[in-house]
Design a binder for this molecule. Structure first.
Ligand SMILES: Cc1ncc(C[n+]2csc(CCOP(=O)(O)OP(=O)(O)O)c2C)c(N)n1
Ligand SMILES: [Mg+2]
Length: 571
């Protein structure tokens, strides 16, 4: 029988979805049957990865899409599985990650009126008023599949939303009876489902932005996620060099600019002080950034000209947002940067000004590099601090390494000391819900099986990532990767947040802020038990390099995961 579920799987294949991250339930008999039937007949269907935890499933699809640009499918059980996607839904939305989520729903007949009608007690209990409403605030599109007859259209429409800027997650829900329905086979014309074409700047905007940059004494570009498209990085380098513009990353989710480039001025996260390059800038061009600065601690000069290019300049998912831009333009970053470079190819910038600006920023870059180098040593009592740890990891990074960072209070340190130049070498979730790194590492390895994947995460984030599920999946589906835990024995960030608001309050004098895991679990041992990972705990600087070597040998040669739990200073 050719069912709606057969058509659904076919639509996914037509759209280039190669993997289904699945957590099945009583809503899925039609899909399970269709998968078995396709396999029995040797038909091409996406590979299925059984995911014992839904948040890990969605995080894996998140990492896969970041590395490959291709959305995958996540299949979950009714409203319960939808809720178990948990914070990964927030991360996919905030990170603008294309992914198709499908959930079944309880049968809508109870007396056997249709194939798929209710036959289990749970189908009364799992019938809720607004299943799609659980995630609607985070989706680019959501719909209920009401008939199998147009199921392919709905899949392709959902994916067209997911793949069009601003990209993001989409949600389809299909009741049991619909997924069982017999339908007529039909092939989709995929040329008719292409994503919306990238948007360019209007000509007048090109001239206006170009004029402002050219006339500026200290032009500065700030970006966070332009590097999601690796081609935009080259376009940014070309424009920055052409004009002598400094580039600052704010809360970077990707490699947006080569760290060793003389115009690169570093990355900023929650550092509670004014950024000097931002204070000095007279023209600030913000391209693809959600938080270019935090005004209570760091902001541009009051008379600076602020210009803004973004695929989502209104920040439609953010109730409160304002950066005081005098000009705001909706455009694709790579396209806009190429337009600006084309403008300067015709109207050459003032050469003397370009070289003065380049020399100024080059000197800032060199000073920063010198300062960072002095930090890459163990701290007092031979403690392995984040700077030293990151520098040691850096020595093992080659042109085939992908880093997934969930360093939290060490995000900044990881950004500073990995010094990555290659677009596509680093990813963060782009959101704020912890636990992304484990699943994302699986997804990254699936998308690039030849790459060495290294997840660098806080100890709290490691626990949020559900390591038991992550390591079971990684072994079952052959996606070995290395995890490095920045183990400060707890959640440092909530403590820093409290002290930033109440620097002299009771909390500042208290011994216990309920944020500590001391003694901590055997983090590496969890991965060993769940997925046969090589488990190493490191407490002394001299243990670090042998541990990293052994761990990478396990990942690369033995093709199994390794977890190196590194004790950094207590929070
Ligand atoms: C799902 C979720 N729960 C809680 C938080 C709040 N939170 C932000 S940072 C943090 C601590 C993270 O601990 P760890 O990964 O060890 O990083 P550290 O702050 O110690 O560097 C917590 C609990 C969150 N962001 N997401
Ligand atoms: Mg911690």
């Amino acid at each position: 029988m050719y069912s709606a579920s057969t058509a659904f799987l076919e639509a996914l294949s037509e759209a280039g979805v190669s993997h289904i991250f699945a957590n099945w339930g009583s809503d899925h008999p039609a899909l399970i049957e269709a998968l078995a039937e396709a396999r029995a007949h040797g038909r091409d269907i996406p590979a299925v990865l059984t995911c014992p935890n839904e948040m890990v499933a969605l995080s894996a699809a998140h990492g896969f899409a970041q590395v490959s640009g291709r959305p995958q499918a996540v299949m979950v059980h009714v409203e319960c599985g939808t809720q178990a996607l948990a914070g990964a839904v927030h991360n996919a939305d905030k990170g603008r990650i294309p992914v198709l989520i499908f959930a079944g729903s309880s049968p809508y007949t109870q007396e056997g009126e249709l194939p798929g009608s209710r036959n289990e007690f749970i189908q009364w209990i799992q019938d809720v008023h607004d299943q799609r409403g659980i995630v609607r605030g985070y989706m680019r599109y959501d719909n209920e599949i009401r008939t199998g007859k147009n199921i392919k259209q709905l899949v392709h429409r959902a994916l067209q939303f997911a793949n069009s800027d601003p990209k993001g997650p989409v949600y389809l829900m299909g009741p049991r009876e619909v997924m069982e329905e017999e339908v007529t086979p039909a092939t989709s014309n995929m040329a008719a489902w292409a994503p919306v074409a990238p948007t360019a700047l209007p000509e007048a905007a090109v001239a206006r932005i170009a004029h402002a940059l050219n006339a500026a004494k200290r032009p500065l570009i700030i970006t966070s996620y332009l590097g999601r498209n690796p081609q935009a990085v080259g376009a940014l380098v070309a424009l920055a060099e052409r004009l002598g513009i400094g580039v600052l990353e704010s809360v970077p989710n990707y490699v947006n600019y080569p760290a060793s480039h003389p115009l690169y001025l570093g990355n900023q996260w929650n550092l509670p002080r004014q950024n000097p390059a931002l204070a000095d800038a007279d023209v600030v061009l913000v391209i693809d950034s959600d938080v270019p600065w935090i005004p209570t601690v760091s902001h541009p000069a009051v008379d600076a000209t602020i210009l803004h290019i973004d695929i989502d300049p209104l920040k439609q998912q953010m109730p409160l947002w304002h950066i005081g831009a005098q000009g705001s333009f909706r455009a694709d970053a790579a396209t806009a940067l190429a337009q600006l470079s084309a403008h300067f190819a015709k109207h050459a910038p003032d050469a003397a000004a370009v070289s003065e600006r380049s020399a100024h920023y080059g000197a800032q870059h060199a000073k920063r590099a010198e300062r960072l180098a002095t930090l890459e040593v163990p701290g007092a009592d031979d403690a392995i601090n984040g700077e030293y740890l990151t520098a040691c990891v850096r020595k093992h990074i080659d042109s085939d390494t992908i880093v997934i960072s969930e360093g939290i209070s060490h995000y900044h340190t990881i950004g500073d000391h990995l010094m990555l130049d290659r677009p596509g070498a680093l990813f963060t979730s782009g959101g704020g819900s912890l636990g992304y790194s484990g699943g994302a590492a699986i997804g990254a390895k699936l998308a690039r099986p030849d790459a060495t994947v290294i997840a660098m995460c806080g100890d709290g984030s490691y626990m949020f990532s559900v390591p038991s599920s992550v390591h079971w999946i990684a072994r079952a589906y052959g996606t070995p990767f290395l995890t490095i835990i920045f183990n400060n024995r707890g959640w440092k960030s909530p403590k820093l947040s409290a002290l930033a608001v109440h620097p002299d309050g009771y909390a500042s004098r208290a011994n216990n802020l309920d944020v500590s895991f001391d003694p901590p679990p055997d983090y590496a041992g969890i991965a060993a038990a769940a997925g046969g990972a090589l488990a190493i705990t490191v407490r002394r600087p001299e243990e670090l390099e042998p541990a990293l070597r052994a761990a990478l040998a396990a990942v690369k040669q033995e093709k199994r995961c390794a977890v190196v739990d590194v004790w950094v200073p207590h929070l």
